[in-house]
Design a protein around this ligand. Sequence first.
Ligand code: F3S
Length: 63
Amino acid sequence: MKTSVEADLCISCAVCTNMVPDVYEMNDDGLAETIVDVVPAELEEQVREAAAECPAEAILIEG
Ligand code: F3S
């Protein structure tokens, strides 16, 4: 599984960076970004939950 954050949509609510800090991090612009190329299998469920919880629907999931 891969994931990314649509920077144009992110409103910096930090749900993703709090829920899955090993996958999402706030960048210098105050927007979330992905810090792994491939989501580790044990974090896939948390990534799906973060995507569902993101109020801006800014989290994309592939695969
Ligand atoms: Fe941004 Fe959504 Fe994360 S608004 S900080 S991508 S939970």
